[in-house]
Design a protein around this ligand. Sequence first.
Ligand SMILES: [Zn+2]
Length: 378
Amino acid sequence: MIAAFAAYDCPACGMTVPADRPRWHCACGSHLNLAPGDGLVRGEIDGGEASLWRYRAALALKGPARVSLGEGWTPLVERSWAGARVHFKLESQMPTGSFKDRGTAVMLNHLLEVGVGRVHEDSSGNAGASIATYAAAAGIPCRIYVPATAPRGKVVQIAASGAEVCAIPGSRQAVTEAALAAAGDSFYASHNWQPFFIEGTKTLAYELWEQLGFVVPDAILVPTGYGSNILGLERGFDELHRRGEIAHRPRLFAVQAANCAAFAAAWAVAAEDYVPFAPGPTVADGIATVKPVRAREVLAALRRSRGGVVAVPEADIAPALSAFGRLGLYVEPTAATVGAALSRLLDAGTIGPHQTIVAVLTGHGLKAADKIAELLGV
Ligand SMILES: [Zn+2]
């Protein structure tokens, strides 16, 4: 907890402004990032708090949390995978069943601090469900724009929170444009634009470090669409590094569905920023991102960590999902991609079986029962 408001930095025009009012982009049109944080040392962890709020000392909020559903402090369980012992981080066990709650909880608490009283957002699923749920918990009205083709289970979850659901026909881009055009006093609480979302996902770094006994893993694999977990891990480990709590940083691997892999396309040509590519359909709907907002930052984080990008063929997703199920880990197809990526990195020797490996399971299988039934022929 800090006395002053944190600051926004614009990566395009260099403007710096205090985060003392609702903003989701810079006046120049670019996204904004939060200035580097102070982090914490291990003695500042609130060990009595079994949620991400145990790291409140490192969060760029002015006051205590006004809304929480007990998010964070998710289990880290060890299982065998492709001949290696792997730590699986069960972000699927968040209040709404996906990792998004880390980002949403911190972002929404910031928005409440700066007086936001009504929010809207566009999402194809998990983020919409997360924001709708936390808006309900905070007692503020919420409207979620979804594609007309969004997975039914996720739309039902949004509607059950009392949020207004606006189904938009056409492309995912048409959904975003509908949300951008929404007028009035509602704030565009976009998890892809608002940087306090990444301030929340950074607690994943703190948690892994603490749960491994204040040890940094060698490699972390994360299903990646827009890259908020990659950026959160980068931010969290960077803070710990600067505070002298860790001596080195983990390698970060972004896992994508090969059919829709913006970062793989850029990585393949060693590009520093987004390069156009031809997206196709994938069962991993949660990471089917055509145009990531912070492509440059995500690619830089992967490069700095000496990690990389793994593009998983569509045919590998169902077998991985099935293998997870048999380990007692019921995940949605998006999260199953990480299993296929693990096998590939271990086979190639990019990561070794004796290293400390973490794979992040981002979403629960209960989110996608229809799709899983189809994939597994149930
Ligand atoms: Zn700017």
